[in-house]
Design a protein around this ligand. Structure first.
Ligand SMILES: O=C(CO)[C@@H](O)[C@H](O)COP(=O)(O)O
Ligand SMILES: [Co+2]
Length: 229
């Protein structure tokens, strides 16, 4: 099932993924309907534990609640110290693509293999200060690499261009991997990420601080289209 969702994500082409971190959790059902009406193809959910990052968000009940109100593929970004402890519950809650941080684990390849055995597609994330060499040994075990363009933990931070060189290097060395960028993506930064080879663009503030989600996503899609040679 989740491999099917991975194909859906792949086949969707370059896509904007709304990060629900800044949505109105008091009216989640309406928020999901607005995002679907705006053409969203994949949702991005930020799970933070107050330990790996200094911020606390939500866990399985919210992921499961979103699943009940939307059939869209769910890309769950685990910013937690012990990803394997919660991986199976997250898959059971409906995560299709489960991403852990390389900084949180000792053996990223083993973690990736274990998550895949649970039936989810798997991604590995790295923060701006983490060198690509940290991914040695796990790139053949993952479906996606999430290149952070802010330090994981909070929405609304400024884009760090160090992510662009990492994307370009990954695109060259592993052309079949899905590449995602997360943090500070907006109308000014998204085209450069696309030009660097990125496929999936996580966007929080630049959607949720606008009244019209459809217009915000259409504007970002247009920048993606213009950024491809
Ligand atoms: O993972 C994270 C933050 O750690 C993100 O997914 C943010 O929620 C993106 O928000 P903006 O930077 O687009 O405001
Ligand atoms: Co995220």
């Amino acid at each position: 099932m989740s491999q099917d969702k991975l194909e859906l994500i792949r086949n969707a082409g370059p896509s904007v993924l709304p990060s629900l971190l800044l949505c109105d959790f008091g009216d989640l059902k309406t928020e999901l309907a607005r995002l679907e009406d705006a053409g969203t193809r994949v949702l991005h959910l930020d799970v933070m534990d107050g330990h790996f990052v200094p911020n606390l968000t939500y866990g399985m009940p919210i992921v499961e609640g979103i699943r009940r109100h939307s059939d869209l593929p769910m890309d769950v970004h685990l910013m937690i110290s012990d990803p394997l402890r919660y991986a199976q519950p997250m898959v059971d809650a409906g995560a299709d693509l489960l991403t852990f941080h390389v900084e949180a684990v000792e053996d990223a390849g083993a973690v990736a293999r274990e998550i895949r055995s649970m039936g989810a597609a798997v991604g590995v994330a790295l923060n701006p200060d983490t060198d690509l060499s940290a991914l040695d040994g796990c790139l053949d075990e993952v479906d996606m690499v999430l290149v952070m363009s802010v330090d994981a933990g909070f929405g609304g931070q400024s884009f760090n261009p160090v992510a662009l060189a990492k994307l370009a290097a990954l695109k060259q060395s592993h052309p079949d991997l899905l590449l995602e960028i997360d943090g500070g993506i907006n109308l000014k930064t998204i085209a450069a990420a696309r030009a660097a080879g990125c496929d999936l663009f996580v966007v929080g503030s630049a959607i949720f601080k606008q009244d019209d989600y459809a217009a915000a996503i259409a504007g970002l899609d247009a920048e993606i289209a213009g950024g491809v040679s």
